[in-house]
Ligand binder design. Structure first.
Ligand code: G3P
Ligand code: CA
Length: 312
């Protein structure tokens, strides 16, 4: 496959609230399938997300976890490859082997129960895994054929695990990105990682000029904002990190967004799910509270159509 960069590739939009199709249109089709990505593209988000893990033969594969057994039928096909912890690892399979698996709506491998009950039925359809290159070619190809300008938002998954397995996932991803024309901040790509040391390495040691987003998970990480701002351009917090107590039935907010903005960091919280509302009484309330009242700069969502419509 020879990388081809769309010659009229447009630059990244930075001054509006952005919609990131989280694992594609994953509220409607099994996450990270090409079908979910094509459907997301048609919904006009600003970015489509790719979680990335390496195969045994060093191909970056688009899948949420280092494991295979909660989104594929691997347990019925490759019993010999099960590790001692009873899990199946992407890294133990060649890309050719991975392509023999059927991808399904997410489920609990212990109970076989579907995770989100009202989504696409588990085990139905004929979905496959695909490589990062294949997905970039889909998105760049659709950008060309539709005249749109939808970006990519790749995540480097568990770099420490890859290192222990003798692989440098980050270097392989940066090379793929460069091959397809994503090299600096203006290019339509945002690179994200939970591992702060690795994201800093990307900027400092590997000298990447890409737009970098530091993912966050825990409230105490707020104290690291200043350091994040030395190498990142934005943060991707869990949306609950933004919420403080409810006063007179109205949400109040932590200092995270204001603190990030003061340091020039964009804020893209995850994950907006219309079928997992938790403290909100409706998806509308979730979008109004976080996107407008909390003043974030974008959102990861399994339902890109609803967030695009809301923002429009
Ligand atoms: O990358 C943003 C969001 O996707 C982080 O959570 O676990 O869905 O990758 P996760
Ligand atoms: Ca992700």
């Amino acid at each position: 496959m020879s990388p081809r960069v769309h010659s009229t590739r447009q630059k990244m939009k930075t001054n509006k609230k952005i919609v990131i199709a989280h694992r594609g249109a994953s509220g409607y089709l099994p996450e990270h399938t090409m079908e979910a990505k094509a459907m997301a593209f048609a919904m006009n988000p600003d970015f489509i997300e790719q979680d990335l893990v390496l195969s045994k033969d060093n191909i970056p594969v688009v899948i949420h976890d280092i494991y295979l057994d909660d989104v594929t039928d691997v347990a019925t096909k490759f019993t010999v490859k099960k590790r001692k912890d009873n899990r199946y690892y992407v890294i133990d399979f060649t890309f050719e082997e991975l392509q023999t698996l059927r991808v399904s709506e997410r489920f609990n491998p212990k109970t076989s129960e579907q995770f989100y009950k009202n989504r696409f039925p588990k085990g139905k359809g004929n979905f496959k895994l695909h490589s990062f290159e294949q997905e970039i070619e889909l998105i760049q190809g659709l950008n060309k054929s539709t005249g749109k300008n939808i970006g990519i938002y790749p995540e480097i998954k568990d770099p420490e695990f890859h290192k222990k397995e003798g692989k440098d996932l980050t270097k392989i991803i940066l090379k793929t990105l460069a091959d397809y024309g994503y090299k600096n901040k203006q290019d339509n790509c945002i690179l994200q990682c939970f591992d702060a040391k690795e994201l800093e390495r990307i900027r400092v040691e590997l000298k990447s000029e890409l737009f970098l987003v530091q993912l966050m998970e825990f409230p105490e990480e707020v104290k690291n904002l200043q350091h994040f701002a030395t190498y990142a351009n934005g943060i991707g917090p869990w949306y609950k990190q933004l919420l403080d107590k409810k006063v007179d039935d109205k949400f109040t907010f932590t200092s995270l967004v204001a603190g990030a903005h003061k340091l020039g960091l964009k804020v893209h919280p995850y994950t907006f799910r219309a079928d997992a509302l938790d403290e909100f009484s409706s998806f509308e309330e979730m979008m109004q509270t976080l996107l407008i009242d909390a003043s974030v700069d974008g959102a990861f969502t399994d339902f890109p159509d609803l967030v695009v419509e809301f923002l429009n």
